[in-house]
Write a protein that binds this ligand. Structure first.
Ligand code: TRP
Length: 334
């Protein structure tokens, strides 16, 4: 049986952290065995809220690809490609812009949430490009005939918007586009070192895949612990301690149980507990760190992977665009 096509992507605005790792990367590494996988580095989308910072986007394209490769995304199974190098996407975005109203975009919950977080970028008035990014995301998906879109809940409204555009398109121009399905990830979101619900680069509370052992130790040492626990023999509450929270992710179940019991009984010092955690995280990330060092030393290999992936995606996009333009009666001189 032919494999279904899966498509996902990220905005390259920073290196990937362990929140990304547990949130989406692990999933993609698993799913690449089952689906024909496309992974897009969404540089055009990154510019919608970083238009005044092209250097940042440019630099992070390569960083994100190296992170993917280090975490087990296999270029033999997953086509990694750069969004801006598929100009058909931009063309399709223009066609789709007739099929969606401004009011509908303004009501999109993902856009609304993000706008609330990006007051510093947009102030009171949002750009046409940012408001319209769900339209270009619909183009990303459909220009490659993406069928399965694995994402978290926060992205669900974007895929729903894409499905609406597809239905509208098909009702006017004929049954040409595939309606993608969302594959909702049940992975929970990883909290930040400061106890924030979200780990994020802008929040300064993240451990990156690329962090050195020294950086990891330093960050873990600064993690939020039970504020009422001042001396070692104070009885602690691991439920409000980020060190215990990460022990649950990076240490064995037995170790985690010990951490909680000893903390509650006042038999475990925070410094010791943090050192132990830092070592476990360093050990966990070791294979990724080693692969990363390898790719950093071989930039020509990374270039080759990006170029081959992008060429393959481009051929596919061209083919689909031909069908789409034919359906729209834009196939002059064909
Ligand atoms: N919106 C995604 C993000 O914020 C990136 C993205 C762009 C994407 N195009 C996509 C995800 C298509 C899935 C499918 O990171």
């Amino acid at each position: 049986m032919e494999k279904k096509r899966m498509l996902t992507g990220d905005r390259p605005t920073g290196r990937l952290h362990i929140g990304h790792y547990f949130g989406s990367i692990v999933n993609r590494v698993k799913l690449q065995e089952e689906y024909e996988s496309y992974l897009l580095v969404a540089d055009v989308q990154a510019l919608t809220d970083n238009f005044n910072n092209p250097d940042k986007v440019r630099k992070n394209v390569r960083e994100v690809v190296i992170d993917y490769l280090s975490c087990g995304i296999d270029p033999e199974k997953t086509t990694i490609y750069i969004q801006s190098m598929i100009p058909e996407t931009a063309e399709l975005t223009v066609f789709y812009s007739n099929l969606v109203t401004i009011a509908r975009l303004e009501r999109n919950p993902t856009v609304k949430t993000e706008l609330a977080q990006k007051r510093d970028v947009f102030g009171e008035s949002v750009t046409y490009g940012f408001l319209g990014y769900p339209v270009s995301q619909a183009a990303d998906i459909t220009v490659l005939n993406g069928e399965i879109i694995p994402t978290g809940e926060d992205q669900e409204p974007l895929i729903e918007q894409c499905r609406e555009i597809v239905r509208k398109f098909n009702s006017i121009y004929g049954n040409v586009l595939k309606e993608p399905k969302i594959l909702l990830s049940k992975n929970k979101r990883i909290k930040g070192l400061d106890g924030n619900e979200k780990m994020g680069k802008s929040l300064g509370n993240a451990i990156y895949i690329s962090d050195s052992p020294e950086e990891i130790t330093k960050k873990v040492m600064s993690a939020l612990t039970d504020p009422n626990r001042i001396r070692k023999d104070d009885l602690g509450n691991p439920d409000i301690c980020m060190v215990a929270y990460y022990h649950n992710l990076f240490s064995s179940q037995e170790e985690y149980k010990n951490v909680c019991e000893e903390c509650r009984a006042g038999k475990r010092g925070c410094v010791f507990c943090k050192k132990q955690l830092a070592n476990n995280i360093i050990e966990f990330l070791k294979p990724m760190r080693e692969k990363r060092a390898y790719y950093e030393a071989h930039p020509e290999l990374v270039d080759k992977i990006i170029l081959e992936g992008t060429n393959k995606a481009r051929e596919e996009a061209k083919k689909n665009m031909k069908r789409i333009k034919k359906a729209m009666k834009l196939d002059y001189f064909e």
